[in-house]
Design a protein around this ligand. Structure first.
Ligand SMILES: Cc1cc2nc3c(=O)[nH]c(=O)nc-3n(C[C@H](O)[C@H](O)[C@H](O)COP(=O)(O)O)c2cc1C
Length: 421
């Protein structure tokens, strides 16, 4: 277990459900890091599930959902305690009408059917399934893991949550089986996640994912170009080609999960939009390599985020809102109801939660929903519509606020801060 994560154990006295969530998450991270795959995911029998949410008559849930037409209307007879019928938190992402903008992002949490159910019970409005990697689809045929043969910098960078050759939990077939089981068990939409970097036959697997019942597909292109001969155009065209080939395979919506590191991100986002990306997920959080002084080794670590990480996606979502047709999902550093509201004001359609759930447990989804509801109520709102994009660059009274012009002001403020003694 990484010491960073060990330090992040929950406070004593948290609700039992939350505590179980933390243990579950830690177990999975530990499993992923230490055993590096190989372990069978414990997909529990559908019936063997402890009910830890207030049980509302099944008909109540059915009528609630059928009245709103909200995705996730499969009648399981439970609604999260946090939901307040008076507050309308609905949003639309990738054409899916969701009960709230709270969507657990791709992580090992979705490898386990029990966790998935608990996320739904805690109020998740949809969930991004953990990633299936290009290399898993290609198989062990010698074309494995281009990342791992590219160079030291690249290798250190990817080895955080990205498996090495032979480290995968299971193959594509299991991924599909798990997807089918999750679809049967949950009422909320499931967004499958593919992780790849090169154009090739592996993209045809998207068809199987669609057939397995995924409601949408998120493509995480996680590549760190280290070849100095590659131009920005080469790199961007590579992304567009993968997108085009996936679009040719499936009808379900496709979102791209991106890094912020492009020469002109606004232009590239528009290009993806024009090439049919249904959503943009901003941003992939990079797992930076560190150096272990004693061992004189590069040591990749997975650090869970803090809310500071939200500033980067906040800025770019604010810049893109109203300028692209694609839905916008915010990921990185979203830990509280306030963080979600900020992202919505910038123009996000949904917010994806990861570190906060790994650190504090799945019950945090309900806490965040409650925080949002309380803020909205206190400020006289009864839905998200009036705040959505109200502080995007287009709508912001100070349009330069998201650009470098404000840097001068920030520096001036900085100078006024007393240095620590
Ligand atoms: C342990 C862990 C595993 C992750 N696995 C994946 C993955 O398989 N696919 C993916 O696209 N993102 C993955 N991510 C990235 C998260 O989905 C998320 O985008 C990122 O952590 C930023 O959100 P956060 O600040 O809430 O953690 C992972 C993150 C963590 C911490």
């Amino acid at each position: 277990m990484d010491s960073d994560l060990e330090n992040e154990t929950p406070l004593a006295g948290q609700a039992r459900d939350t505590e179980r969530g933390i243990k579950n998450s830690e177990r999975k991270i530990s499993r992923r890091k230490c055993e590096a795959a190989g372990v069978q995911t414990p997909w529990l029998a559908l019936a063997a599930r402890p009910v830890n949410w207030k049980c509302i008559a099944e008909s109540a849930r059915v009528s609630e959902h059928s009245a709103t037409g909200v995705a996730g209307a499969k009648p399981r007879g439970l609604i999260p305690q946090a939901s307040k019928p008076a507050m309308n938190l609905t949003t639309t992402y990738l054409g899916l009408k969701l009960r709230t903008p709270l969507v657990p992002g791709a992580s090992p949490l979705s490898e386990d059917l029990d966790s998935l159910r608990r996320m739904e019970d805690a109020g998740a409005s949809a969930v991004v399934f953990h990633s299936l990697f290009e290399e898993q689809i290609r198989g062990e045929d010698g074309t494995l893991l281009r990342h791992h043969t590219q160079g030291e910098a690249s290798r250190a960078e990817v080895s955080g949550y990205f498996p090495k050759a032979g480290e995968f939990h299971y193959g594509p077939q299991r991924y599909l089986e798990n997807l089918v089981k999750a679809k049967q068990a949950l009422g909320i939409p499931i967004i499958a996640s593919l992780n790849g970097t090169t154009f090739g036959g592996w993209t045809m697997f998207a068809r199987e994912i669609e057939k397995a019942g995924a409601d949408a597909l998120e493509l995480n292109i996680y590549s760190i170009p280290t070849d100095p001969d590659l131009s920005a155009d080469d790199i961007e065209n590579g992304y567009l080609t993968i997108l085009a080939s996936l679009k040719a395979q499936v009808k379900i919506p496709i979102a791209l999960k991106l890094s912020p590191f492009f020469t002109n991100f606004a232009r590239f986002a528009r290009q993806l939009d024009q090439h049919g990306a249904d959503g943009l997920v901003l941003f992939n959080r990079f797992y930076q390599p560190d150096i272990d002084l004693e061992k004189r080794e590069v040591s990749p670590t997975i650090k869970l985020s803090t809310p500071d990480a939200l500033r980067l996606p906040l800025r770019w979502i604010a810049m893109l809102h109203g300028r692209v047709r694609a839905s916008l999902a915010a990921t990185s550093g979203i830990h509280s109801g306030g963080d979600v509201l900020k992202m919505l004001m910038a123009g996000a359609d949904v917010t994806m939660l990861c570190s906060v759930l790994l650190r504090r447990g799945l019950g945090q989804i309900g806490v965040i929903e409650r925080e949002m509801g309380e803020w909205l109520e206190a400020h006289g709102y009864d839905s998200l519509a009036p705040i959505k994009g109200c502080l995007s660059q287009q709508n912001c009274p100070d349009a330069g606020a998201f650009e470098r012009a404000q840097y001068m002001r920030a520096l001036a403020v900085e100078r006024a801060i007393e240095p620590e003694q």
